[in-house]
Design a protein around this ligand. Sequence first.
Ligand code: NAD
Length: 446
Amino acid sequence: MADKYTQLVNQGLGKNVAKRLGLPQPALLRRYNPGQPLISGPVVIQGDSAAADKLGAELLSWDLDIRRHAVPGEKLGAIILVLDEVERPEDLGRTVLGAAASLRDLAPSGRVLTVSRPAAEAGSPAVAAARQGIDGLLRSLAKELRAGATGNGILLADGVDIMSPSALGAVRFFLSGRSAFVDGQFLKISDAGGTLPQDAGTPLAGKIAVVTGAARGIGAQIARTLHRDGATLVVVDLPAAGDHLAAVANEVKGTALQLDITRADAGQRIIDHAVQRHGRLDIVIHNAGITRDKLLANMDPARWDSVININIAAQLRINETLLASEHFSQSPRIVTVASTSGIAGNRGQTNYAASKGGVMGMVRATAPLLAEAGGTINAVAPGFIETEMTARIPLALRETARRLNSLKQGGQPADVAETIAFLASDSAGGISGEVLRVCGQNLVGA
Ligand code: NAD
């Protein structure tokens, strides 16, 4: 689904007219393209902790152009603020103000990245204040960036080193075009688990992955992205969507499983299908979901129940079967699709928000259960994504909804898919129980 306005204001006449009338001018975002450089332009690393030095040395080995001091006027690919050792709010100024002037030199679709530690794990009020301050400052800074540039933060749990696989995996994800529509967010690295891929171009090589709701929209794109990253696919959707599902299966050289995920035996059918063909299952992406919007005052049981059943109850049942299966036990990965509606709430979506809030609660509580097998479970929470689901929103409301974020545009299904592919990879093995929003930093709500 194209956002024609964004295309229009990025070329010739449209660009001039939008500028003269003061209309929003959303940027064309830099998106991941295999084979292209991770990021173009120098990366400035600010901060004086040991982690800053170690990260600088590591990024040099990725063939990036690393600077500890910016040269004014030189276009920068990224600015990384390493703040993992701050002990008081007064400590923030030196590093943050040291980078301030460089912000003007950030290239279009450039990146600002903070590296810090969770406030909740701080041992004193001053440390907690300094750490929580980074949260406020990064979210504000992300709203000041322009031309498709984004700001995000990595939180290293206490005891986790910047050189741990998932910390480096997250740095790569945030610098790359894979994170184009992730803005103003923090991602916590809980432990030193995970392994970096041998080939950064095919991080899912050898993995067997199931995607539900894959006949169209975001699910079809997730299947394409996991296939591009090296996974072998089983795509699942309703029998009524069989033709579209078969087309996606052909495209990704995978197999199709026609299945209503609300069936009591859905989890077993998924495992049986994967085991018969591939001997095991490594990755499950719970993407299938529906909306049945009504104000709560007008809500009927059919609308309420179908949304709860498909969006969350089915996932709980399937996960129970997966967790009990010996065929889903080698560093398994579950990634599920929540929604910013489940965080900020949305008028007319009490049923949907209850189901998506439920997804996030489930993820946090399931993480320790999967940890025993070296597994992880995480959620992505998309904001406004250009799909058939959002194309049905009335025009005026749709136009408002897609512009009300820091990037002034809706995301593409690929943006959700890229984030899911990262969380499903071995390099995200130290990330579990997290919810990562892919919303361009929604300006309304949470
Ligand atoms: P979509 O309606 O285009 O696709 C959903 C797919 O799920 C369809 O192919 C449908 O047949 C399938 N499905 C529905 N019920 C099923 C069932 N019982 N068993 C098996 N398959 C079933 O939706 P989309 O926009 O691609 O959304 C995908 C996911 O992303 C959903 O979970 C949705 O809630 C979530 N999401 C979407 C947006 C957005 O802006 N589009 C925003 C936030 C979250």
